[in-house]
Design a protein around this ligand. Structure first.
Ligand code: SF4
Length: 291
């Protein structure tokens, strides 16, 4: 397999075969993100992707059960090309149970309902969607290139197509000023989707990104650990997503908030209350840990 640049994947894809289908991100404008800064976006030729799948098969045999196709927003590829590589992967790996890609609402919405259904039929199991926020003011500030209504539309299109959806919420990306509306409007947005997974990350300023510069200049107020926990509490207490799994599967978070909604909502809130009784000095130190 051939890789270009740094390959990023969600923690839940730790056991997946990674085959780059795209390089970089076609949006590449989010103010908090440094992942692909300076990387010119491109889609790899389908034949090259298939060759890499073949190489992986020569190495791993039938052992592969899950494949994630980085980089950012692979869903932007032409539907017929995605169908081609997913079909090829399923033919090569008879035990394949899961195929996943990253897909922002902006790019998912470029696909018709029929295309998403075709992708599902060819093997696409799950989309990792970096919602970050469901609040339009925060989304505009972080230059996510989408709105809450577009996020709801994309989420519901995926659900209708039978594709699982992981939505990512970024604690603190609205700063202190927008913290409460960021959490509450994100919960209200998620309530209109009811995604399979709600995955929580906490914003950490990362060099080589505009929001890091704002943070350094004192123009962006980073949440303290307790403020981040209070924002997470606003999110959780406003969620009405029966059947969604909430998970804090990331090192950036100050507290593990995990469970099934609504069954575990009370326990998640209790966990946050407990964390709020701890002195901030014993919670994750340092705002500029590189993730
Ligand atoms: S957060 Fe996602 S969509 Fe935004 S620039 Fe980074 S990779 Fe691209």
């Amino acid at each position: 397999m051939r890789y270009e640049g740094t390959v990023y994947r969600p923690p839940s894809e730790a056991h997946s075969l990674l085959i780059q289908a795209t390089i970089g991100c076609p949006h590449n404008r989010c103010t908090f993100c440094s992942l692909y800064k300076g990387v010119k976006f491109k889609v790899r030729p389908v034949e090259e992707i298939k060759e890499d799948l073949q190489m992986a098969h020569s190495f791993y045999g039938d052992w592969i059960r899950s494949i994630f196709f980085p980089d950012g927003n692979t869903i932007i590829m032409k539907t017929r090309d995605l169908v081609d590589i997913f079909t090829h992967a399923r033919q090569l790996f008879p035990n394949l149970e899961r195929i996943t890609v990253y897909g922002s609402a902006r790019f998912v919405n470029k696909k018709s309902q029929a295309e998403l259904q075709e992708l599902k039929a060819s093997g696409l199991s799950r989309i990792h969607m970096g919602m970050e926020s469901g609040d339009d003011e925060v989304l505009a500030k972080i230059r996510k290139g989408t709105t809450s209504s577009a996020i709801i539309e994309a989420g519901n299109k995926l659900k209708e197509a039978g594709v699982e959806l992981s939505e990512y919420y970024l604690v603190g990306v609205g700063g202190l000023e927008l913290s409460q509306q960021h959490a509450i409007n994100s919960a209200l947005t998620l309530n209109q989707i009811i995604p399979d997974f709600i995955r929580i990350r906490t914003y950490v300023p990362v060099p080589n990104s505009p929001l890091y510069e704002d943070y350094q200049n004192g123009e962006f107020q980073l949440l303290t650990p307790h403020q981040a926990l209070r924002e997470t509490r606003w999110l959780i207490e406003n969620l009405d997503c029966p059947g969604s799994i909430v998970t804090s599967d990331h090192i950036s978070n100050y507290c593990n908030v995990n469970g099934l909604l609504p069954r575990d909502q009370k326990y998640m809130l209790q966990g946050i209350e407990q964390a709020l009784t701890l002195d901030e000095s014993i919670l994750r130190p340092g705002p500029i840990t590189h993730l």
